[in-house]
Write a protein that binds this ligand. Structure first.
Ligand SMILES: C[S@@+](CC[C@H](N)C(=O)[O-])C[C@H]1O[C@@H](n2cnc3c(N)ncnc32)[C@H](O)[C@@H]1O
Length: 289
């Protein structure tokens, strides 16, 4: 049984960090700070300026419960209930993937085209297939004020979370959540079709890191036998919803560049750009017709 947590902020941070170090957590300093700040409503500056500040007993119990969850292996952002993506705070829910920094590569790849389209036409219509928290669509809406976006997902829970995130960020007027199996219920035409689809081969799900396998929804990960099923659907059907000179941008697994390029080439697309993530891995492909 772990010792009681101290109420004073400075010692509380120290003991919280020690608990995570003892449990072998990857980034104990950051995770303990995020947990203490979030559940005690304090800030980093406060911890430095007022280390003797006393945290109330309800907050201490919440910190205690959060530390236990982290020690048991739950990812820190699942515990906090949100994650930052492209400078936006996005709420998470059981059926949303935690948005990853790698996916910001897709947003960066498409922002110049979306901005140019908005300047030329006064609008840019975006379709985000498998929107999850709304991460890609909302980041693009944040960066391109004249854009509008439809976020599609098969999960009603994810769609409710995406719609809430849009409202909370003041982007609700430009975001529509659509329940659909890929393009089934989609109508209209779009200048950008973006997707970070599930792309892990079914057989490999069991080998993923515990934090991913046990806490991210499998529907957000499983791309079928070879991980490429969603790309086949998107490549086959996107043309019916893409404006002339539009772009299709997809995130890929780091070994999938050639296969995904081949799937889109067979459907009549040219590769317009290929982008690597911050780790130097192939991560995003942009296609045009
Ligand atoms: C890898 S996650 C991406 C989530 C979010 N776009 C992001 O980048 O953080 C894939 C998303 O696709 C959704 N999805 C899976 N199969 C789908 C389908 N058949 N039709 C629509 N969405 C689907 C999942 O529910 C999940 O939200």
């Amino acid at each position: 049984m772990a010792d009681r947590l101290p109420a004073a902020l400075g010692p509380l941070l120290k003991v919280a960090r020690e608990r995570l170090v003892a449990a072998g957590i990857d980034d104990p300093a950051l995770d303990s700070r995020l947990i203490v700040e979030h559940f005690s409503g304090t800030t980093r500056t406060q911890a430095i300026a007022e280390p003797g500040h006393e945290v109330g007993s309800a907050a201490l119990s919440a910190v205690e419960a959060a530390l236990r969850r982290r020690v048991a292996g739950e990812p820190v952002h699942r515990i906090l209930g949100y994650r930052e993506f492209y400078g936006l705070r996005l709420s998470l829910s059981p059926e949303t993937l935690e948005p990853r920094p790698d996916t910001e590569t897709l947003v960066d790849a498409i922002v110049p085209f979306a901005r140019a389209t908005a300047e030329r036409l006064g609008e840019c219509r975006i379709l985000d297939l498998g929107t999850g928290t709304g991460a890609i669509a909302l980041a693009l809406l944040g960066a391109v004020p004249a854009a509008t976006a439809t976020g599609v997902d098969i999960s009603p829970d994810a769609l409710a979370t995406a719609a809430r995130n849009a409202r909370d960020l003041g982007l609700g007027g430009r975001f529509k959540a659509l329940h659909s199996n890929w393009f089934e219920k989609v109508s209209g035409s779009y200048h950008v079709i973006a997707s970070n689809p599930p792309y892990i081969p079914s057989q490999e799900i069991g080998n993923l890191q515990d934090e991913v396998r046990d806490f991210d929804p499998h529907r957000a990960l499983d791309g079928g036998a070879d991980g490429l099923d969603p790309y086949r659907v998107i490549a086959a059907e996107a043309a019916g919803f893409l404006e002339t000179q539009g772009r299709v941008a997809v995130e890929i697994g780091h070994t999938q560049k050639n296969e995904v390029t081949g799937i889109f080439a067979a459907a009549g697309y040219r590769l317009a750009g290929a982008y690597r993530d911050l780790g130097g891995n192939d991560r995003v492909l942009v296609f045009e017709r």
